[in-house]
Design a protein around this ligand. Structure first.
Ligand code: SAH
Length: 218
């Protein structure tokens, strides 16, 4: 569970980005925090303590919505979703989106399936597989997200094949990743895409910034 103050920080932080979270959506985030906390005792899901879950996991995940406009019903793939970031927060905040969480570790996928069920997120499903081996899903997604999965050059090769023409891949990178993003320019071009922008985002209520690399498929 997250405290009343954490709920307020989540609601206000999201509101700074124009995202309105209802009481039911805030409750879903709280239930998610409990599921994470419980399962984290059984397996290594996150090193972030519960006290920091709102800024470092929830708001961080929602930051994508502040920079990429996603149409109603858009298909999203969260590659290497792990414990569900950014995919689960996106699914809670935007029930109109159609979200697939992909992870190569089956234990994590089983956890994600439990989360989807317990939070009653009909717009979301978790799939077990490796990005390199999912050719049947190529070109199907308006947006592919990834946080803390791989270096930018590797990630570009994994993410971009899933993006449909005109869609985007959004890689969530640390504030120090400028050179890493730049060094992937060639791979990005080979995938028929370009670096549309590298957005510096501040997480509300913290002094933390991160970079979101937005890659657009031609
Ligand atoms: N995105 C989450 C998890 C990061 S850990 C977060 O930010 O908290 C990286 C995750 O990517 C792990 O769960 C790992 O199983 C998954 N992963 C690594 N390589 C992958 C691949 N090639 N295809 C699918 N998932 C992969």
């Amino acid at each position: 569970m997250i405290s009343h103050d954490q709920m307020t920080a989540l609601r206000d932080g999201a509101a700074e980005w124009g995202i309105t979270l209802s009481e039911a959506q805030l409750d879903a985030f709280s239930i998610y925090s409990t599921l994470l906390e419980d399962q984290n005792r059984v397996m290594n899901l996150t090193r972030i303590p519960l006290a920091e879950i709102v800024p470092l996991h929830f708001l961080d995940s929602l930051s994508i919505l502040s920079i990429v406009p996603l149409e109603r019903g858009a298909r999203i793939l969260d590659l290497g979703s792990g414990a569900g970031f950014p995919g689960i927060p996106l699914a809670i905040a935007r029930p109109d989106l159609n979200i697939t969480l992909l992870d190569a570790t089956n234990k994590k996928v089983i956890f994600l399936q439990t989360v989807v069920e317990k939070l009653a997120l009909p717009n979301c499903r978790a799939v077990h597989g490796r990005a390199e081996e999912m050719a049947d899903r190529k070109g199907q997604y308006a947006c592919v997200t990834a946080r803390a999965v791989a270096s930018m050059d590797k990630l570009a090769g994994w993410m971009l094949p899933f993006v449909k023409k005109g869609g985007v891949a959004v890689a969530m990178k640390s504030s120090q990743a400028t050179a890493e993003i730049e060094s992937a320019r060639k791979v990005i071009q080979q995938q028929g895409a370009f670096i549309e922008s590298v957005e510096q985002i501040s997480i509300p209520g913290t002094d933390i910034t991160r970079l979101l690399a937005v890659l657009r498929k031609r």
